[in-house]
Design a protein around this ligand. Structure first.
Ligand code: NAD
Length: 333
């Protein structure tokens, strides 16, 4: 059996990545859509053969509770809207996948976790890289100390953002700038390569080169973590220019991914030679992985759930606080 997924929000990621990936998945299929745009509804119904009964708008969304075709609701909306739709999906009795960042505050993340727990439904975050072979390999290299203990990590993700009117540049919708959007990958990279949680953070905002476009959010910023083992990390995130690299220097060698966080193919090498791994569709691997556990009635691994989303959003907030105060912030383990 394939689980039926309903995508909520038919923007860039749903249209260009998730819907095409759902044509390749083994454990799930595109069963429904939730959109506020009637012309998109028509287009998607035709293109993906979606029956009218499985098409909702934001007002009728809660009626999804009565739809047996839909097992999983996948929330792909602007960051500030994740909380409301995850809670409503849980209340409708559906499992939920929510895009990253899970929400814009830790409190919202906790509400989402609580709502899913109360409904006895599972909550996964769109952490596609946790199902991606090159990423899994660098997790192994770092966490199993294949090149000895990790001493320092350079982990950065940024791109040149376009449209000055997009929601990503509005703090109320995005929660912040590039840190919220792609910086979260750099945080994850440092965490999954060391297999540790940071114990302190320092951070800095770079000067804005376009203060009009970036009046509401940061344009570029930097942060540093210390980990319990003594490992340290340094990261950059930016909407001004591109960077995408995860590098770990270890006692007896090094390894890196570059590109490290995009849709692939990722590329990796170590001090002993190239990393060879199968190239997969990230979105298909992620949705199939999540749905396999749901079909088998298994608990999802902690590192792809709301608990992990909350850890990252807590760190996002700590990084902003450290940059605003200019002080080193101690973090709770
Ligand atoms: P997008 O702007 O292209 O799409 C957002 C959708 O939300 C649009 O269809 C828009 O119509 C709809 N929407 C509904 N109400 C809205 C409102 N009040 N204001 C603005 N839009 C509204 O964005 P996207 O790039 O598809 O990103 C959506 C989510 O997916 C974000 O949380 C983003 O971080 C995440 N994302 C994740 C990945 C990944 O690799 N995992 C990649 C891209 C985006």
């Amino acid at each position: 059996r394939k689980l039926g997924i309903a995508l909520v929000g038919l923007g860039y990621y749903s249209t260009n990545l998730l819907a095409p990936a759902l044509q390749q998945t083994q454990n799930c299929r595109l069963a429904g859509i939730v959109t506020g745009t009637p012309s998109k509804a028509e287009e998607w119904m035709k293109k993906y053969n979606i029956p009218k009964e499985n098409v909702y708008d934001y007002k009728t969304f809660d009626r999804i509770a009565d739809n047996k075709d839909i097992d999983v609701v996948y929330v792909v909306l602007p960051n500030s809207m994740h909380e409301e739709y995850v809670v409503r999906a849980a209340q409708a009795g559906k499992h939920v996948i929510c895009e990253k960042p899970m929400a814009i505050t830790p409190k919202a993340c906790q509400n989402m976790i609580d709502a899913c727990k109360k409904a006895n439904k599972q909550l996964a975050i769109g952490y596609r890289l946790h199902y991606e072979p090159f990423t899994k390999e660098v997790m192994r290299l770092g966490q199993e100390k294949v090149f000895g203990a990790v001493k320092f990590v350079e982990s950065s993700d940024g791109f040149r953002s376009g449209d000055p009117n997009q929601w990503r540049l509005k703090k109320s919708m995005a929660g912040g700038g590039p840190l919220m959007d792609v910086g979260i990958y750099a945080i994850q990279g440092a965490r999954y390569v060391t297999g540790e949680e940071p114990i302190s953070v320092t951070a800095q905002f770079a000067p804005k080169t376009d203060p009009v476009k970036f009046k509401d959010v940061e344009e570029t910023m930097f942060w540093q973590f210390e980990f319990p083992s003594g490992a340290v990390s340094n990261s950059t995130t930016s909407y001004a220019s591109g960077v995408e690299r995860l590098y770990a220097s270890c006692e007896k060698g090094w390894f890196e991914l570059s590109p490290a966080f995009g849709y692939g193919p990722l590329k990796g090498r170590t001090s002993k030679g190239p990393i060879e791994m199968p190239v997969v569709n990230h979105q298909a691997a992620h949705m199939d992985g999540v749905c396999k556990d749901l079909l088998d009635g298994k608990q999802l691994p902690d590192h792809v759930t709301g608990a992990e989303g909350l850890r990252d959003v807590t760190l996002l907030q700590a990084i902003y606080q450290a940059a605003e105060t200019g002080k080193k912030l101690k973090l709770k383990a």
